[in-house]
Design a protein around this ligand. Structure first.
Ligand SMILES: O=C(O)CCC(=O)C(=O)O
Length: 357
């Protein structure tokens, strides 16, 4: 992964360098019918939230949640830590650079190696404690920033456990009875996660640039916070790219590849990308949530039967990440257990054939 080569100082560029110029034509990406479609917004205090979530997961693979219980001040704090981080001088940020075979630290988008053009963004990945890296970045002030990240991750973990119960509940699966790895309290306490901070500077030629290329997440689910600048788009089957506008205090929830497997393809993992903006920079913070390392994810037995064979073989998160690192958006087809029955469509394969990169 080309994580060490620094980006130029984005703020000094008046033109888009050729290495950042993508060949896409954004206008043709938006069919007029896209205007009528918008990603569902679900109020978690609504008594019908389970049904609404089930419907959104099946038909979109993405939705926004409001009234989720995460305190607003935490978004302000994590946004402020991210802003402080990305506004450091490049040489300072490089002290916490992701190592060539590592995951944590500062660098280009990790999917960069699959594309010939560069993405107009910087990222910082946190797995476990960020203390060692943060100490390099802010020798005198790292503890406050570590505390913010710790608190944010704790809140996200609680919300992710709750969302798991709601999503699975919509499929008739009860965490307490049907998912051993949900733990004795059925709160998915042993789950693993990474936090991905993304920064998209303002760009002199946004129509030709790409913030983060189209991809699905390798997670069970992802909880995305975006600041008040738009940029996120999801691919809607048969329609095209749909913008996901920022809503104050809302969080975007994406279905990831592992949930697609666990649901035996009932839930599509959503293809998404981030575009950039001429005047405003954008920040997003993705909580990437998956099972603990020993758990094998496979289609749930309740969703398998004579007319519904298991479509995927069991995989751990690490095995799947290795497959994704080799095959990127085709990784799901590498863990296929059998050919789909006549008439069944694998939405993910269909998405991949529509638009990747
Ligand atoms: O910035 C965004 O809106 C998308 C971020 C994302 O897809 C990711 O971090 O994987």
């Amino acid at each position: 992964m080309p994580s060490i080569r620094p980006h130029p100082d984005f703020t000094s560029l008046r033109e888009l360098p050729d290495s950042y110029a993508w060949n896409h034509q954004p206008d043709s990406d938006y069919p007029s019918s896209a205007d009528a479609e918008s990603v569902p917004i679900i109020d978690l205090t609504d008594p019908n939230a389970v049904q609404a979530i089930g419907h959104a997961c099946k038909t979109w693979g993405v939705f926004q949640v409001i009234n989720h219980g995460v305190p607003t001040h935490l978004f302000d704090m994590v946004e402020s830590t991210s802003r402080d981080l990305f506004s450091l001088p490049v040489n300072q940020k490089l002290k916490a650079a992701r190592s060539p075979d590592g995951i944590s630290g500062y660098g280009f988008a990790r999917i960069s190696s699959f594309f010939s053009k560069l993405m107009w963004s910087e990222g910082f990945t946190i797995v476990g404690s960020p203390q060692e890296h943060f100490r390099q970045l802010w020798p005198h002030n790292y503890i406050n920033h570590c505390d913010v990240i710790k608190e944010y991750k704790q809140e996200m973990k609680k919300l992710a456990g709750r969302l798991m119960c709601l999503m699975l509940g919509s499929l008739g699966i009860t965490a307490e009875q049907d998912i051993k790895w949900a733990g004795p309290k059925a709160d998915f306490n042993e789950a693993s996660a990474a936090l991905q901070l993304n920064y998209y500077p303002a760009c002199p030629d946004p129509d030709r640039a790409m913030g983060l290329a189209a991809h699905t997440d390798s997670t069970l689910l992802t909880i995305l916070y975006q600041n008040n600048t738009s940029g996120l788009q999801v691919l809607r089957e048969g329609v095209g790219w749909i913008k996901v506008p920022p809503i104050p205090d809302a969080l975007v929830i994406n279905i990831g590849d592992l949930m697609h497997i666990l649901s035996n393809a009932s839930f599509p993992s959503v293809l998404h990308r981030a575009m950039v903006n001429r005047t405003c920079h954008r920040l997003s913070i993705a909580y990437l949530y998956g099972p603990s390392s020993s758990v094998k994810i496979s289609p749930h037995p309740k969703l398998v039967g004579p007319s519904q064979p298991p479509l995927y073989r069991p995989v751990t998160w690490n095995e799947y990440l290795d497959t994704k690192a080799k095959h990127f958006n085709k990784a799901l087809s590498w863990v296929r257990a059998c050919v789909p029955l006549k008439g069944m469509v694998d939405v993910n394969e269909h998405n991949n054939s529509l638009k990747v990169g």
